[in-house]
Write a new protein. Structure first.
Length: 103
């Protein structure tokens, strides 16, 4: 599989470590650090033809509801990835996950 095919399949937005890790396996991405940067990047990437968009959990804090609404309005799957360096209460993660899947 050529890298140009791989690069149009998935895109990652988020924390430096997450983006660099995916870059190592050929997935392009963009490092962001604020909610505004995250939303601006996501809106721009949604205009391109990616099959999957992955976002670091640490960069969606405070904009979870907005991200959820964007996910509902777009056919491109948007997956939220856990960050290795993110410190969250496991109960809070479970609560957010249950809300996300509608359980």
């Amino acid at each position: 599989m050529s890298s140009s095919v791989t690069s149009r399949k998935a895109y990652v937005i988020g924390a430096r470590e997450t983006v660099k890790g995916f870059n190592l396996i050929g997935v392009p991405g963009e490092e962001v650090s604020t909610p505004d940067e995250t939303l601006e990047t996501l809106e721009r990437i949604l205009q391109q033809d990616y099959s999957l968009i992955m976002i670091s959990a640490s960069v969606i804090i405070e904009i979870e509801d907005t991200i959820e609404q964007i996910r509902l309005e777009n056919s491109t799957p948007i997956i939220i990835l856990s960050d290795a360096n993110m410190k969250l209460d496991p109960k809070e993660i479970e609560k957010k996950f249950r809300r996300f899947i509608g359980y």
